[in-house]
Design a protein around this ligand. Structure first.
Ligand SMILES: *[C@@H]1O[C@H](CO)[C@@H](O)[C@H](O)[C@H]1NC(C)=O
Ligand SMILES: *[C@@H]1O[C@H](CO)[C@@H](O)[C@H](O)[C@H]1NC(C)=O
Ligand SMILES: *[C@@H]1O[C@H](CO)[C@@H](O)[C@H](O)[C@H]1NC(C)=O
Ligand SMILES: *[C@@H]1O[C@H](CO)[C@@H](O)[C@H](O)[C@H]1NC(C)=O
Ligand SMILES: *[C@@H]1O[C@H](CO)[C@@H](O)[C@H](O)[C@H]1NC(C)=O
Ligand SMILES: *[C@@H]1O[C@H](CO)[C@@H](O)[C@H](O)[C@H]1NC(C)=O
Ligand SMILES: *[C@@H]1O[C@H](CO)[C@@H](O)[C@H](O)[C@H]1NC(C)=O
Length: 822
């Protein structure tokens, strides 16, 4: 061991004489301005730099492979090397501390690493090493632990593997501090760190004033940060043990170049490096909208972005100034609490929880006991499940502040009111929004309908828009059915047929190989026949899914509630011993990918069929997003997940496999290379806009007959989205149309469809339409927002170091679905 170390030292010395390319620095060498330390895999470099227009010299760490120093750490941020001098040096001083000097002869360092006195820092075996994670570490070779690491002293960048929180033993706080300006890395006024005054959460502060809070940890992500959850890309984690409490994230593919920059204006921006275009793309920013501003609304007010007024009093409350003003001044109860059975709780959906300074958590209580806990103490004003999976109990006392609503995301919150208010309440939930929207649409429909009736009844019903409207009416009927959206969820237990294991074994001939339709990370799918002759598809989940029986049942019941003609129906489940199975109706028909990408083109699809299929998919997705009582994000929309009903060679009806959340909960991969939006593929965040992206890809595939992924041209970086964009820019977009489409087609309509498709795959999720916008734009000659460059970068060369491409194989491995075996 000792000889190996001295060999290493020798090697370092030798390298230094030629040119500094080592990844370590120790007693025996000096890093001068102009030299760099490069991590072993060449990912990060450490050296001297001057930011922006500054003349000052700093020592920092940046991405070695990315042009234009992207600095992620600065050592001497408040002690630069004077005035345009290149005399600075970095060396390890006699105490073993890494130190920066103005010049080699300077007696006093400008900056030095804060190594605890207990470490044996005189040992000559100490060396500072720059790791491929961007962490500069002092490792005592005799011990495994780091004696010092730059990750303990972050500046303004949060890299995978870093922590935000506290070391409970040493009191060390891990937090980010902004630069003063792009030219000045010295300590700015904004901080992003963990706040422990209430429940632990991350908070952005300007000096001591809160700007934004993430809300408490909700099991899979932060309550106030929609889109976090199990995903194929990032492991978000929150650790609270006797030694430390922190939030951290790591990429399953360690080659991802992603960083969260806390900029000098106090914005927390997540950036990803897109290799094929050679630029950083901002994929998320916090604070994001006006409702993110801390205490935008007063007490008992809830902030709703895109609404006038923005601040609304909770049900049962009114503006405290007595009337006209909105909730921004704060709200007061319309009726006093009675402190007992005379009080009730109103359920508010999709909420960011109120400030938790005066909240308490009890992870041992379920939601029922939580209500009792709150009811029994008259100063309790509200309660909620701590985690998104329904476990744990949070109770609040006193005023409720800094609440907001999300369109998707957040959690249910129960606010205490006089029970008279419960009858009076208009619950601000998504369901009621959807209904209001429907009412408006129906009114429009009636007016338009009358007009059209006058101008020709029959003509109207032949048009595609007519079908859209009929579809809406049908949905309206569904919504008018007894709604499961009441305060007491147990009243609406859904009865899903449960099949016994034995009958499943008989139906699938003991899960014989000959009955297997497909397999993937989740388990296998078998064809089966019930004793009444009905054909079924049985999805047998692998035993190590890590999901509890109750959780599984809840999930299945949720899936089973989804009923729409454009969704494949689940007909039951089987839970017995170790086995968990989902039973679907069996669809003998072909999947869309089979029809579309079949080389022989044996079943050419004309425009009518293609547009019907596109609209069918759009309706199915819309149903998941907003017409069902819950918002469901599918997360794995792709051509092979779409089945087509055939009658007499006309493939009319498209049916989507509903979102199978039991798959998500196994923390396995959901999503398929080529269909995933950039924010989901590269940062694990999902939203309804990630489904819109996948839909856009499918739309372009249906029109072009080409696969987005695995689409090769002379240019290996070419893919369908890029091709569509280039043809669009060149004004030759009709070249995209599948030559086998045959019959003359309505060019303007096809162009409009393609335009909508490109709009759906815009790089920034905010530029993408919602599914209801999509359906409207497809069916109407309406102006379509102008197109920006879409996110065609996602299918960059699979062999490149780019993270996304690297994750492709793991994604594909488990994305095998029920129909791929056919
Ligand atoms: C840097 O140089 C300028 C003039 O060249 C001088 O005014 C300033 O005081 C110097 N600053 C330091 C820190 O030496
Ligand atoms: C800084 O140094 C560079 C070269 O060392 C020189 O070209 C430049 O003029 C100097 N700038 C100032 C303001 O002294
Ligand atoms: C150095 O670390 C000790 C504890 O390890 C801490 O008390 C002290 O404040 C730190 N000094 C600086 C300058 O960070
Ligand atoms: C410190 O390091 C020196 C040199 O390696 C060694 O001889 C000594 O035992 C160490 N002391 C402790 C307390 O580990
Ligand atoms: C909810 O998730 C937590 C951890 O994320 C787990 O400990 C708990 O058992 C889960 N509760 C239920 C009801 O599934
Ligand atoms: C996620 O990270 C946490 C803490 O860093 C770790 O304990 C856990 O095993 C990781 N999970 C996965 C699936 O890698
Ligand atoms: C109600 O809760 C508050 C805040 O936790 C506490 O101070 C008070 O003692 C509780 N009252 C009762 C009757 O438990």
């Amino acid at each position: 061991m000792a000889s190996f170390i001295s060999l290493l030292l020798l090697f370092n010395l030798f390298v230094h004489q030629l040119c500094y390319a080592a990844d370590t620095i120790n007693h025996n060498n000096v890093l001068r301005d102009g030299d760099t330390l490069v991590s072993n895999g060449g990912i990060f470099a450490l050296g001297f730099f001057s930011p922006g227009n500054s003349k000052q010299r700093y020592v920092g760490i940046w991405y070695n492979k990315i042009p234009g120093q992207t600095v992620v750490w600065v050592a001497n941020r408040d002690n630069p090397i004077n005035n345009n001098s290149s005399s600075g040096v970095v060396k390890v001083d006699e105490l073993g501390k890494l130190a920066i000097f103005n010049a080699i002869s300077s007696p006093k360092p400008l900056w030095s690493a804060n190594i605890s006195a207990t470490a044996n820092t005189t040992s000559s075996t100490l060396s500072y090493k720059l790791l491929d994670t961007g962490n500069l570490v002092l490792r005592d070779d005799n011990q495994g632990d780091f004696l010092w690491q730059s990750f303990d002293y972050p500046t303004d960048a949060f890299l995978p593997g870093m922590k935000l929180g506290f070391n409970k033993k040493t009191g060390l706080s891990w937090s980010l501090t902004s630069w003063k300006s792009p030219d000045d890395p010295s300590t700015g006024e904004f901080t992003l760190g963990m706040d422990l005054t209430g429940l632990p959460e991350l908070v952005i502060k300007k000096a001591s004033q809160k700007i934004w809070r993430t809300g408490p940890w909700a099991g899979e992500g932060f309550n106030g940060v929609p889109g976090m959850g199990p995903n194929p890309v990032v492991n978000f984690s929150f650790v609270d043990n006797p030694d430390e409490i922190y939030y951290s994230h790591s990429y399953y593919n360690t080659n991802t170049f992603s960083r969260i920059m806390f900029d000098y204006l106090g914005f927390d921006r997540t950036l990803i490096w897109i290799e094929s275009t050679g630029r950083w793309v901002v994929i998320r920013t916090y604070p994001d909208d006006i409702c993110d501003s801390y205490r935008k609304c007063g007490a008992f007010g809830s902030c709703r972005p895109n609404n006038q007024p923005t601040c609304l009093c909770l049900s049962g409350f009114e503006p405290s100034d007595g009337g006209t003003a909105d909730g921004s001044v704060g709200c007061v109860r319309k009726r006093d609490l009675l402190c007992g059975e005379g009080d009730g709780f109103l359920k508010l959906e999709n909420m960011k929880f109120p400030d938790t300074s005066n909240a308490r958590v009890d992870m041992s209580l379920g939601i029922k006991d939580c209500e009792i806990e709150c009811r029994n103490n008259c100063s309790c004003t509200g309660y909620a499940s701590a985690y998104v999976n329904g476990s744990g109990c949070l109770v609040w006392f006193g005023d409720l502040t800094d609440m907001r609503e999300f369109t998707n995301g957040g959690q249910a919150f129960f606010v205490r009111v006089n029970s008279i208010e419960i009858g009076n309440s208009i619950v601000h939930s998504k369901g009621s929004f959807a209904k209001k929207k429907l009412v408006i649409i129906l009114c429009v429909v009636i007016v338009v309908g009358l007009l059209i009736f006058i101008s020709g009844f029959c003509y109207f019903f032949k048009k595609a828009k007519g079908r859209g409207i009929l579809q809406r009416k049908r949905l309206q009927k569904q919504l008018l059915k007894p709604s499961p959206e009441t305060n007491d969820e147990t009243n609406t237990k859904f009865e899903l047929p449960i099949f016994d294991l034995n009958s499943m074994m008989v139906a699938t001939e003991n899960f014989s190989l000959s009955n297997e339709l497909g397999a993937g990370g989740f388990g296998s799918v078998y064809k089966g026949t019930l004793c009444d002759g009905r054909e079924i598809a049985v999805k047998r989940l692998s035993k190590n899914s890590g999901q509890g029986v109750i959780e599984f049942k809840n999930e299945v019941e949720l899936i089973a509630k989804l009923q729409h003609r454009n969704l494949v129906q689940i007909i039951g489940c089987c839970i017995e011993e170790e086995e968990k199975m989902l039973i679907y109706e069996y669809m003998p028909n072909k999947s869309l990918d089979f029809l579309l990408f079949d080389q022989t083109k044996s079943t050419p699809l004309d425009w009518k069929m293609r547009s019907d299929i596109i609209l069918g998919i759009a309706r199915g997705v819309l149903y998941l997003h907003q017409d069902s009582t819950l918002t469901i994000i599918h997360r794995d929309l792709k051509a092979s997940n779409i089945l087509l009903d055939s009658n007499m060679n006309h493939f009319g009806m498209a049916r989507i496999f509903g979102s199978d959340q039991s798959q998500a909960n196994t923390r396995r991969v959901v999503g398929t290379y080529g269909y995933m939006s950039p924010e989901y593929a590269m940062d694990g965040f999902f939203s309804i806009k990630s489904d819109v992206f996948s839909f856009g890809v499918i739309l372009l595939e249906i029109i072009s007959g080409k696969k987005n992924s695995g689409f090769y041209h002379e240019d290996p970086t070419m893919n369908l989205i890029k091709l569509a964009w280039e043809l669009w820019k060149a004004d030759t977009i009709l070249e995209l149309v599948d030559p086998s489409m045959g019959n003359p087609f309505p060019e303007q309509e096809v162009v409009r469809f393609i335009q909508v498709g490109i709009l759906c795959v815009q790089e920034n999720a905010k530029d993408r339409p919602t599914m209801s916008d999509v359906i409207f734009m497809l069916g109407n000659e309406t102006p379509i927002p102008s197109l920006k460059q879409p996110a065609f970068v996602l299918t960059s060369n699979p062999n490149s170091a780019n993270a996304f491409a690297g994750s492709a194989s793991s994604v594909n491995e488990v994305s095998v679905t029920i129909i791929e075996g056919r």
